[in-house]
Design a protein around this ligand. Structure first.
Ligand code: GLC
Length: 744
């Protein structure tokens, strides 16, 4: 066959390419601006196809539009990694074997790192694993402010302070979305308890609403550009939050300019009219068939009858398409990866940086392994698997290094490790019993029915015979512990753990208590009896290694409390009066009468001494803060810039968290004594002195004015307090604002 001249051949190829280009619709071209792609798709959709995009077609997906090559949008929990596959139409696990994932330390442990950059890496791991599992939208981070320490989901959130929660949430969201996965900041808003979460109505004044409870969400939208927001189950001012005109239309989409999608919590939708008009864009988890969803057939009938303008549906569709396109669902997505060593290394780093050393009398820690022959490891939480619990934030972890396994691995035969259960906690569901990986020979579990009294005596005897005793106490994901759907019933440690700790400490003065828990617990009965207490949280799949690394000194603890640890429950705002109206609610309504005074804000206003204050955490080294300077102005339009010096006066490297609190002097309106408005975590070598520079924007001095519907800054005096916790602020300066400011 005669060969065509090259020029002619080239011409034909270009023509073919042009034809193909012309025949490829604009919405499929990633080079086309996103909004144009959205409009191009919208113009091609039928009413049925539009409706299919705004409600579920399975537990965790929407229908997509196969005719146009638009894929289903796949969602997954949760804030600590990619949840196992759930069955299509019910909550049972799908029983897959390719859905093990990296279990990251829980959100409150991440908050305890006070390291937003680590938050970004955390979000990046979730994104890579979400892509590997074909997910577009990840249902996290959770940012509800800790109002009561009894909230069952405290472990899933970022603590009691809006500034810390905002910084950490922005980090996680940026990390996730840079990985082409939509974050979904939740639960919007005021979901601060699990008790009666589906029906409770929250009443709170506008200032605490804005200055505390909405602040992390506002940062997620206006700073991190979060692509989705999940409505909360509860009501606010009488209306369900999943379709709430004021929260969703006026504030979120109006004032904050949110252009992504609002998804309901699963089963949080209760009305077609409200879902149509009051800001819901995607209905998930409603009971019954998908076609009966409020935004399915009933919504179609309402549009066809003229009750709802089709423009309401089009706006919802646009928002869903924006998120799909933003996650490159129609384009080539990077493949992602599951369970990589890099992901596990990040999990370990977060665990290590989140450990908070609360007490270390006599510098008992770090232990010198060369001086130790026998270690008694005691407690149910030394071996209990925690990943696969807590409900929606659970993870089917690729592996989980328990504290016992971590200690056995670290000591590696250089010391005898003797494990005693010590207490009898509820049995395990769904997952195998104890994880004694690598420690089986150290686990002398009796082979007959466990008797609590005997367990206690065996633990005490083990402690007495050891050089050091390490008690892993705390909570778990059983009901009325750290879990979704229920709140805790008290601050007390369950299962007789206080007696266990006291008895062990009496048997061995070198007793270390490590708390594996996601929320504050009462310590008074035993705290003064033990020299060392560490808050380890639920530290992820590498937690055992992180804890061992810290105990033996390879890791210098740098975590700081993201929430106040109270002495007693009555020392906290919602429980001070003991009135049901303050918690858990009366006649279906809970009143946040404490207003702005939550967490350390309450302690400061009421002069209530905490057991351990917000921002507290010890190190194996010591630091000195000095040289405070406060100057007007600064980079990027800062109102003020604050500098100080951090010197490591100890003998080993360590990270200090320099915290800056603003204290209005004689404010014209009621305001907290002090509020965290900036912080920086700095690594300092022994003897080194480092300068820390913190910028303060107008918001750092502002409060919300309901009358003016704006954030305002009054002229006047502001004290600048800098230190290492909300109650340890050695550096004090002042800043004078001569003119009032208005700010967004
Ligand atoms: C749950 C939770 C929410 C979760 C969703 C899907 O009830 O409240 O956080 O993402 O349903 O599991």
């Amino acid at each position: 066959m005669r060969r065509l001249p090259t020029a002619l051949l080239t011409l034909c190829c270009c023509a073919a390419a042009l034809v193909a280009e012309e025949s490829r619709p604009r919405y499929l071209d990633p080079a086309v601006p996103l909004e144009e792609r959205v409009e191009d798709i919208l113009g091609r959709l039928t009413l049925e196809e539009k409706l299919g995009l705004v409600h579920a077609d399975s537990k965790f997906s929407t229908a997509g539009v196969p005719r146009l090559g638009i894929p289903k949008m796949w969602m997954s929990d949760g804030p600590h990694g990619v949840r196992e596959e759930i069955s299509r139409d019910n909550w049972r696990p799908a029983g897959r074997t390719d859905d093990f994932a990296t279990w990251l330390p829980v959100s409150i442990a991440l908050a305890a790192t006070w390291n937003p950059e680590l938050g970004e890496a955390y979000g990046g791991v979730i994104a890579a694993e979400a892509r590997a599992r074909g997910k577009h939208l990840m249902l996290g981070p959770g940012v509800n402010i800790q109002r009561t320490p009894l909230n069952g989901r405290t472990f899933e959130y970022l603590g009691e302070d809006p500034w810390l929660a905002a910084r950490m949430a922005v980090g996680v969201i940026r990390g996730m979305q840079a990985g082409d996965v939509a974050a979904c900041v939740k639960h919007f808003a005021l979901n601060n308890q699990e008790h009666a979460r589906g029906t409770v109505n929250v009443e709170v004044d506008e200032r605490p609403l804005r200055e505390l409870y909405l602040a992390p969400f506002e940062a997620a939208v206006r700073e991190a550009g979060v692509w989705s927001v999940m409505g909360a189950y509860n009501k606010f001012r009488g209306q369900h939050c999943c379709h709430h005109g004021y929260l969703l239309n006026t504030v979120l989409k109006g004032e904050w300019g949110f252009r992504g999608l609002v998804v309901s919590d699963w089963g949080g939708t209760h009305s077609t009219a409200e879902a149509a008009r009051d800001g819901l864009d995607l209905e998930m988890g409603t009971r019954g068939s998908y076609s009966d969803y409020y935004l399915a057939e009933p919504f179609r009938r309402g549009i066809e009858s003229g009750e709802f303008p089709v423009a309401l549906l089009d706006d919802k569709v646009r928002r869903n398409l924006r998120v799909l396109l933003a996650t490159r669902a129609l384009d080539d997505r990077a493949p992602g990866a599951l369970n990589t060593r890099a992901h596990q290394a990040l999990a370990r780093k977060v665990a290590e940086e989140g450990l908070v050393l609360l007490k270390n009398s006599g510098a008992l820690l770090p232990l010198d392994l060369a001086q130790i022959r026998r270690i008694a490891v005691i407690g149910d939480n030394a071996v209990r698997l925690q990943a696969h619990g807590g409900q929606s934030s659970e993870i089917k972890a690729f592996h989980e290094v328990s504290p016992l396994a971590g200690l056995v691995a670290y000591t590696d035969g250089r010391a005898d490790v003797n494990f005693s259960l010590g207490v009898l906690a509820p049995k395990y569901r769904r997952m195998e019993a104890f994880d004694v990986t690598g420690a089986a020979e150290h686990v002398a579990l009796p082979d007959r029915k466990l008797d609590p009294a005997e367990l206690l005596e065996r633990a005490v005897a083990a402690a007495r015979a050891a050089d050091v005793a390490i008690v892993f106490a705390g909570l778990n994901h059983e009901r009325h512990n750290d879990t979704e759907s229920t709140d805790r019933l008290s601050l007390e440690l369950p299962y007789g753990q206080p007696e266990l700790i006291a008895r062990v400490a009496a048997a061995n003065p070198r007793t270390i208590v490590v708390l594996v828990a996601g929320s504050p617990v009462a310590m008074d009965p035993w705290l003064e009896k033990v020299p060392v207490v560490v808050q380890a949280w639920y530290a992820g799949m590498e937690g055992g290694h992180a804890i061992a690394s810290m105990i033996f000194g390879d890791t210098n603890p740098s975590g700081r409390l993201p929430c106040t640890f109270p002495r007693r429950l009555e020392d906290t705002a919602p429980h001070a009066t003991g009135l049901a109206r303050h918690y858990p609610g009366e006649a279906g309504t809970v009143h946040y009468d404490e207003g702005l005074f939550v967490g350390y804000r309450w302690n400061d206003a009421k002069a209530v001494e905490p057991l351990f204050p917000f921002g507290f955490g010890l190190s194996y080294t010591t630091f000195e803060l000095s040289g405070l300077e406060v100057a007007a102005g600064g980079d990027a339009g800062a109102v003020a810039t604050v500098e100080c010096e951090v010197t490591n006066t100890g003998s080993r490297a360590g990270a200090e968290v320099v915290q800056l609190y603003v204290e209005p002097v004689a404010p014209a309106v009621q305001r907290p004594v002090r509020e965290l408005k900036a912080f920086a975590k700095v690594l300092v070598q022994p003897g080194e002195r480092r300068t820390v520079r913190l910028a303060l924007g107008a918001r750092a001095f502002s409060y919300y004015s309901p009358e003016r519907k704006a954030w305002v800054v009054d002229a006047g005096e502001y004290r600048i307090a800098v230190g290492r916790s909300s109650r340890d602020l050695p550096l004090r300066g002042s800043f004078h604002l001569t003119q009032p400011l208005e700010t967004r």
